[in-house]
Design a binder for this molecule. Structure first.
Ligand SMILES: [Zn+2]
Length: 326
């Protein structure tokens, strides 16, 4: 694993400094829960933290050159145990958690820390969480558990409350754009960043897929849909064949902006003379927009299952037409 990637992500610099300081002062927590949206690089920060405590080289750690750092780079460190969702699995299996617990209970091979790294921690099921609880309640000395989760509320509070929480948020757009510009200087990153919820790595990935083209294509499609000039079946078929998840993310983003605009409109009306009829129409519009937003989220959630995407997307577009038109 390339844990030094974290050193190239400036939005983690403050956290890295704090973690180094805590380790140096002997008050590093035994368990961390990193909450981060996808595309921020939280996995890299978690790997970096593991490398920090395992590094045996000179400061600043992780040095990248000592025996321990080299073992990590080769994914071969005997005192590091990584858990992530296995390919084709929907959840972290309870057996994986048990292996992790057993591994952390062993004596350190190299005489330092034992580190457990759990990526996708929000995909741990209740049995897994229960199994992990005792390890969190009675941590062995010199063990560190680092969990990375999307900022959802799916993790049991019994787990979350026993960890030091690091809420990682997208950087200011200026920082993100400067970082992106270093990697691809000739394009504007504002739109990709917005679609990516401000997460720079996600914006970079989207950029590679032709963000600008997507934007133009989707705007045109919605205009046609609003004007009733498109065959919904054909449109759904086209979207399913080409980047359905990205298109739905784009649609979510687009409808979110419209909901915000409609809500702001409602606020300004409340302070003025009440206009009942318009207020009711506005409420209906906002409700339709929220329904479309829910439908888009649900579609993305279920997109990995065996649902009939074509039919689901057709229904979403037909039902959502009012929100798109209004
Ligand atoms: Zn090192």
């Amino acid at each position: 694993m390339d844990y030094l990637i974290a050193d190239t992500l400036p939005w983690f610099a403050t956290q890295q400094e704090r973690l180094r300081g805590a380790l140096g002062a002997g008050r590093l927590s035994h368990a961390f829960l990193m909450l981060a949206p996808p595309g921020l690089g939280a996995d890299s920060l978690a790997e970096w933290l593991a490398a920090l405590v395992l590094c045996e080289g000179p400061q600043p750690r992780p040095c990248g050159g000592c025996a321990s750092c080299r073992l990590m780079s080769a994914d071969n460190h005997p005192d590091l145990h990584v858990v992530r969702v296995e390919e084709d699995a929907q959840q972290i299996k309870v057996e994986q958690i048990r292996d992790l617990i057993a591994e952390l209970a062993f004596k350190s091979y190299r005489g330092g820390y034992k580190v457990g790294l759990m990526l996708d921690a929000d995909l741990m099921n209740t049995s897994g969480a229960n199994a992990l609880l005792k390890t969190l309640e009675e941590p062995a000395p010199n063990t560190l558990l680092v969990m990375v989760s999307r900022p959802t509320h799916r993790l049991p509070v019994t787990i979350a409350s026993r960890c030091s929480r690091l809420a990682l948020r997208p950087p200011d757009s200026g920082v993100a754009e400067a970082w992106l510009a270093q990697r691809a200087p000739k394009r504007s990153w504002a739109a990709a960043l917005q679609l990516a919820g401000g997460a720079p790595l996600r914006a970079l990935a989207l950029g590679e897929q032709g963000m600008a083209e997507l934007d133009a294509d989707m705007t045109a499609a919605l205009a046609q849909l609003a004007a009733d000039k498109v065959d919904v079946t054909l449109l759904a078929e086209r979207w399913i064949k080409s980047e359905p998840a990205l298109r739905l993310a784009w649609l979510e983003n687009w409808i979110t902006r419209r909901v915000r605009a409609a809500l702001a409109e409602g606020d300004s009306r409340q302070s003025a003379e009440p206009v009942r009829l318009n207020g009711a129409l506005l409420k209906a519009k906002i409700r339709a927009q929220f329904e479309l937003l829910d439908a888009a989220r649900e579609f993305r959630r279920l997109a990995t299952t065996s649902m009939n995407q074509q039919l689901a997307l057709e229904a979403l577009l037909v039902n959502g037409r009012a929100a798109i038109t209004g």
